[in-house]
Write a protein that binds this ligand. Structure first.
Ligand code: FAD
Length: 441
């Protein structure tokens, strides 16, 4: 039976980024990666499942400046990785670069955005504040058909990195293999149970048992299910927020975000060119709660309830979160967006905030597109947490990754690698200086 120093569960962009970091920047050789599907990056990291945005915190108006700084550090790592890969391996297109703006419409939003500009421009020197005329030059369809009296303001940057996170996952794996050909890959292998036996983890899968000294679970919402089965993360539950998209022809030249609603941890509606096809514009994502851990995979219904937990506490939390005035109205609207025909008409109003004269016939519901975000409910305070959660146990880490989990994959990998070195009693070394030299600006 194989025994690894480190075993990673989950081959999405988080698990793959960690594998890359371990192979490139540490001297740990005996590593395994378990993935239940036949390929890497095929769940939430797939390009069809998310908004393809490298989030830096510059145009996400619900981030505080502290959160923006933290997300920027991680996003810069991905940006640097992508730019280096483009030079060394130009044949594989991992990303496209478009302009990216956040649009304020009406007096209140304009005032809020204007006030935000000064502190945020200090963190993001490439961010520019632009008025109506320039907005129209970059995005003509944002002005066409709009009430001329409507106040408009935007913050814009050229750093609109649009990433195929599925391809990026596979690219991390290829590069990990180059520096460490001894990695063991277990594809089509589902982790069923993890048991700690003294100093060793016994990982039971549908293909037999694997042993490991340390484990990192990067399995999206399933990380919480595995954590709970081992007695960790008891105060957390998951609100699984699926996101759908509508597509149209080339209506925008770059990314256009709307202003965020402060209470909501999910991105406000935005319009984006597809990563591999600038002639297609995608609008979304919507946000509808579902009782599944994986979108379109009905077998994850029962798994969802395992992460939810038994007892009254999670029920009280979810009721008090969903029945909050702002969230309730928002969720109800979003439930309608997924209903055929009625949904399209009602979503059109949202798109018209960005492209006022868009026609009903121009847009189509994108079938089978859009994953689900495992938003974390903290039952101790009955609130939604704003981003990712990391549960650190004894020689085991569980990563639960709603948005912007793909943008922070390398930052997360850095933190996990530091922890793993501690777990392994510093028998191995992590060349942080080289990591920072290569990937930190
Ligand atoms: C609608 C939507 C829009 C989004 N937009 C953005 C965005 O623009 N920018 C951004 O940064 N983020 C965005 N996100 C979030 C982003 O997609 C995720 O944070 C990211 O893909 C998470 O990567 P991951 O590797 O942690 O999880 P995943 O990609 O879900 O990978 C988890 C892997 O674990 C495997 N797995 C699960 N259980 C087991 C098991 N028991 N045994 C073995 N393997 C298992 C799965 O098969 C899967 O391959 C969005 C998400 C959604 C849903």
């Amino acid at each position: 039976m194989m025994k690894h120093d480190i075993l990673i569960v989950g081959g999405g962009v988080s698990g793959a980024a960690l594998l890359y970091t371990l192979s490139r920047y540490t001297n740990v050789k005996n590593i395994g990666l378990v993935e239940k599907y036949s390929d890497f990056g095929s769940v939430n990291s797939a390009s069809t499942m998310n908004s393809q945005t490298l989030h830096f915190g510059d145009i996400e108006t619900n981030y505080t400046i502290e959160k923006a700084r933290k997300v920027k550090r991680s996003a810069d790592m991905v940006m640097k990785y992508l730019e280096t890969e483009k030079i060394s391996n130009g044949s594989e297109k991992l990303f496209s670069k478009y302009s990216k703006m956040v649009l304020a419409v009406g007096k209140d939003q304009v005032e809020t955005l204007r006030a935000r500009y000064k502190p945020f421009s200090e963190v993001f020197p490439n961010l520019r504040m632009i008025e109506k005329d320039e907005i129209g030059k970059i995005e003509p369809r944002v002005l066409e058909g709009r009430d001329p009296n409507q106040e408009l303001l935007a913050l814009v940057t050229e750093d609109g990195y649009t990433v195929d996170f599925g391809k990026l996952s596979r690219n991390f794996i290829v590069n990990a293999k180059k520096t460490n050909p001894d990695i063991s890959f277990y594809l089509n292998t589902r982790v069923l149970k993890i048991v700690k036996d003294g100093d060793i983890f016994k990982i039971k899968t549908n293909n037999g048992e694997i042993e490991a000294s340390t484990v990192v679970i990067s399995a999206g919402g399933h990380s919480l299910m595995l954590a709970k089965s081992m007695g960790y993360g008891k105060t957390y539950s998951i609100l699984s927020m699926s996101g759908s998209f509508y597509t149209g022809p080339k209506l925008l030249n770059g990314k256009v975000y709307t202003m965020q609603v402060a209470k909501l941890p999910f991105a406000a509606i935005h319009g984006d060119p597809e990563v591999h096809d600038a002639d297609v514009t995608r609008f979304g994502p919507t946000a509808k709660p579902i009782f599944m851990l994986e979108r379109y995979n009905y077998s994850t219904f029962w798994e969802y309830w395992k992460t939810f937990g038994l007892g009254i506490k999670p029920i009280i939390s979810i009721v008090s979160i969903l029945f909050d005035k702002v969230i309730f109205g928002y969720v109800m609207k979003n439930v309608v967006y997924d209903i055929p025909s009625v949904g399209k008409r009602s979503f059109l109003k949202e798109i018209r905030k960005i492209v006022p004269n868009v026609k009903l016939s121009e847009i189509t519901f994108a079938k089978g597109v859009g994953g689900t975000r495992p938003q974390i409910i903290n039952n101790a305070i009955r609130k939604l947490e704003m981003g990712e959660a990391k549960i650190v146990g004894e020689k085991i880490i569980f990563n639960i990754t709603p948005s912007p989990g793909a943008s922070t994959c390398l930052g997360n990998a850095f933190e996990d690698t530091e922890k793993l070195m501690e777990f392994l009693n510093n028998k191995f070394t992590f060349n942080k200086e080289q990591f920072e030299k290569d990937l930190v600006l």
